[in-house]
Write a protein that binds this ligand. Structure first.
Ligand code: GDP
Ligand code: MG
Length: 441
């Protein structure tokens, strides 16, 4: 797997510091192979690797993982983001009937997926669905859809032999309007290869039916070839999304990345079996893991990040307990907190701080105030920061004037420092951060 290979590359490179360009490039050679093995199309691999290389160089290495593992995490996050970050639902918010048009090559799974989506809409969203097959090329294609319709209790448009796709689409649309259907699903004909006749037909149907969703159905096992197909459809038919079928097989998921990159459209569903309930909302993070085949590297790196935070909090708690936590430390902490996402992140970073946080909130503290706090501490002398108890009324006025704030705000900073020290001393008495689970978990 990728993590094993990276383990070899970085086996001896444990330690802190930033990811060097050499680290990243070495890891990326392995990532590149993993992506190609997962059937991601070559041009997509190239641009992805370039992007992530730039992103990864210079990032800090967590001390309990190898640089390789950390690069994998960065790659995984980038993959997930590229794959869409979240699940994408159908968008059927139009005047009914909302038309869903299914397009794709022959055998990609259009007819099966049409029935799967119809079943889902009927059962999960209580929609009244009509299905129509526009496949006049393959003998019995229309009957195939009718049989599936019976299985899932969804109506299909009566078959009239001799009608052409556009005529069938018109008739289906009319029937759906007259009979009050919420959704009309159009299952189109495929070809073994993309040809212009197919594209002309798809365009004509699309103009006639004006679909709310046009879903490109792609067999995830076709890997590299899928890219050309997707490109042709993208160029000629206004797609709104992609369905990847046969994700239950040994597809490595690479087609997902390629599809997303080529079509620029979200992958809405994954087909996970021949049965009609074999349809799932597409889960980008799961597929990212599958593409990299990296098992639990990601959670390993996440755990490492947590451990380091706990270590740092522990070290600070020790300092506080010994009365060594001064305003210099507070200033460092507040700035770090600001970088880490503001006050909301505070509780997670420094267990025991909830009381101080509550006190700050009660005093009207918000993230903007962190900026004031920094200015206030910047106006103190080093001696004042090291020994806050020497700050008397006269010094407070000077500090307030120097920082463009008020004595009240200066008091708030001093109070916060006090609260934090007290909280930390209590925590030490209770046995350190490890004994805190019961209180703060
Ligand atoms: P169409 O030509 O695009 O309409 O493709 P069909 O819907 O007729 O599907 C072709 C074959 O692929 C059928 O045997 C389906 O059962 C099968 N199939 C479709 N989707 C999936 C899937 O997600 N997983 C598996 N294992 N088989 C699928
Ligand atoms: Mg079909």
């Amino acid at each position: 797997s990728l993590s094993n290979r990276l383990g070899d590359v970085f086996g001896k490179l444990r330690g802190r510091g930033a990811l060097t360009e050499a680290d990243v490039r070495a890891a990326m050679r392995e990532v590149r192979i993993a992506l190609l093995e997962a059937d991601v199309a070559l041009p997509v691999v190239r641009s992805f690797v370039d992007q992530v290389t730039e992103l990864a160089i210079g990032q800090n290495v967590l001390r309990s993982v190898t640089p390789g593992q950390q690069v994998v995490k960065i790659v995984n996050d980038a993959l997930t983001e590229m794959l869409g970050s979240e699940t994408a639902e159908l968008d059927l918010a139009v005047a009914p009937p909302a038309v869903i048009m299914m397009v794709g090559l022959q055998g990609s799974g259009k007819t099966t997926t049409t029935a799967k989506i119809a079943k889902r809409l009927r059962e999960k969203e209580r929609k009244k669905v009509l299905m129509a097959s526009l496949d006049v090329n393959r003998p019995a294609a229309q009957e195939q859809l009718a049989v599936l319709g019976q299985q899932i209790d969804v109506a299909t448009l009566p078959i009239i032999v001799g009608q052409q796709p556009v005529e069938i689409a018109q008739r289906a649309l009319q029937a759906a309007k007259l009979q009050g259907y919420d959704v009309l699903m159009l299952d189109t004909a495929g070809r073994l290869h993309v040809d212009q006749q197919l594209m002309d037909e798809m365009q004509a149907v699309s103009r006639t039916a004006n679909p709310a969703e046009t879903l490109l159905v792609v067999d995830s096992l076709t890997g590299q070839d899928a890219v050309q197909v997707a490109q042709r459809f993208t160029d000629q038919v206004p797609l709104t999304g992609v369905v990847l079928t046969r994700m239950d097989g040994d597809a490595r998921g690479g087609a997902a990345l390629s599809m997303r990159a080529v079509t620029g459209k979200p992958i809405k569903f994954a087909g996970t079996g021949e049965k009609l309930d074999g349809l799932e909302l597409f889960q980008p993070s799961r597929i990212a893991g599958r593409i990299l085949g990296m098992g639990d590297v990601v959670s390993l790196v996440e755990r490492a990040a947590e451990t380091i935070q706990a270590d740092e909090a522990e070290a600070m708690a020790a300092k506080m307990a010994k009365g060594q936590f001064d305003l210099n430390d507070l200033r460092t902490q507040l700035n770090q907190m600001r970088r880490m996402g503001g006050l909301g992140a505070l509780a997670g970073m420094i267990p025991g701080i909830k009381k101080a946080q509550a006190a700050m909130a009660a005093g009207g503290a918000d993230d903007k105030m962190l900026v004031h706090f920094d200015a206030i501490m910047g106006s103190m002398t080093p001696k004042e920061r090291a020994k806050p108890e020497i700050i008397n009324a006269k010094r407070k006025i000077r500090i307030a004037n120097g920082s463009g704030t008020t004595v009240q705000q200066v008091n708030k900073v001093l109070k916060m420092h006090q609260e934090m020290s007290t909280a930390m001393k209590k925590i030490r008495k209770m046995g350190g951060l490890k004994g805190l689970g019961a209180l703060f978990g």
